[in-house]
Design a protein around this ligand. Structure first.
Ligand SMILES: Nc1nc2c(ncn2[C@@H]2O[C@H](COP(=O)(O)OP(=O)(O)OP(=O)(O)O)[C@@H](O)[C@H]2O)c(=O)[nH]1
Ligand SMILES: [Mg+2]
Length: 230
């Protein structure tokens, strides 16, 4: 009776929502802090280094855990991970491509590692979404897009640390730069990792490491291309 019931429930309900990712392609996972505008209240603005360090540690933990991870890129409260399974015809895909398992375990490993690196009375949580991107050139565009977002975010964060919401309302990027210059501040002189984001990648010896000095992807396309190449 119990076995029969189990098979019925699995088949009718579990299997019905078992989504299998396609194989021999690029999978991008993006993990993002849930309601981090709340969680970060009281943290240093515009850039909270201990927060960024803890996100890096969480990303490092996940890169180490995942099968097929190539690279991770982080900025603000998010981290994106690139997984591939086309190194050989039989290269494994994490959890055989079981989507629910991939996104839930990724978010959970990241959340646990973040909590360990950033002890805090508030509960931090993260969501995770997966994308399948066939073309390598499109994967490049994905990371370029996230880095453009990093630059825009860091400018907004810096401007809002010195001007009120009302003063910044409707202001263009150029106007925000001008407002900062008027107070003797220069976004260009902010730390590179704040303006461009950070990465987790393998060193020559294969060990995962955090890279705080990443280039502007659009200017040095080889940085991404060397990571995507087989
Ligand atoms: N103080 C501080 N806040 C930061 C820092 N980095 C990111 N944040 C906050 O993190 C937020 C991230 O924004 P979103 O991911 O768009 O929004 P969210 O509030 O997390 O909401 P959801 O992601 O939709 O759940 C920003 O609005 C900032 O308030 C930092 O270095 N210092
Ligand atoms: Mg968020």
């Amino acid at each position: 009776m119990k076995d029969e019931l189990g098979s019925r429930i699995k088949q009718y309900y579990e299997d019905a929502l078992r989504i299998q990712l396609p194989r021999q392609t690029h999978v991008v996972l993006r993990i993002d802090g849930r309601s981090f505008h709340q969680f970060t209240k009281g943290l240093e603005r515009p850039y909270c280094r201990p927060l960024a360090d803890a996100l890096d540690q969480a990303a490092l933990a996940l890169c180490t855990e995942m099968t097929g991870c190539r690279f991770a890129y982080g900025q603000s409260d998010e981290y994106s991970f690139l997984l591939t399974d086309f190194e050989t015809e039989k290269s494994p895909l994490w959890f055989d491509g079981n989507l629910q398992k991939i996104v839930s375990v990724a978010a959970s490993v990241f959340t646990a590692a973040f909590a360990r690196a950033f002890p805090c009375p508030k509960l931090a949580s993260f969501d995770c979404r997966a994308m399948v991107i066939a073309q390598a050139s499109e994967v490049e565009k994905y990371f370029i897009w996230r880095q453009l977002d990093a630059s825009a975010n860091s400018l907004n964060m810096l401007a809002s640390a010195h001007y009120s919401h009302e003063e910044l309302l409707g202001k263009s990027e150029a106007e925000k730069h001008d407002l900062l210059h008027a107070k003797g501040l220069n976004w260009a002189k902010e730390p590179a990792d704040f303006k461009r984001g950070r990465a987790v990648r393998r060193k020559a010896d294969g060990v995962w490491a955090i890279d705080l000095e990443i280039p502007i992807f659009q200017r040095e396309l080889n940085y991404l291309r060397s990571l995507l190449r087989l």
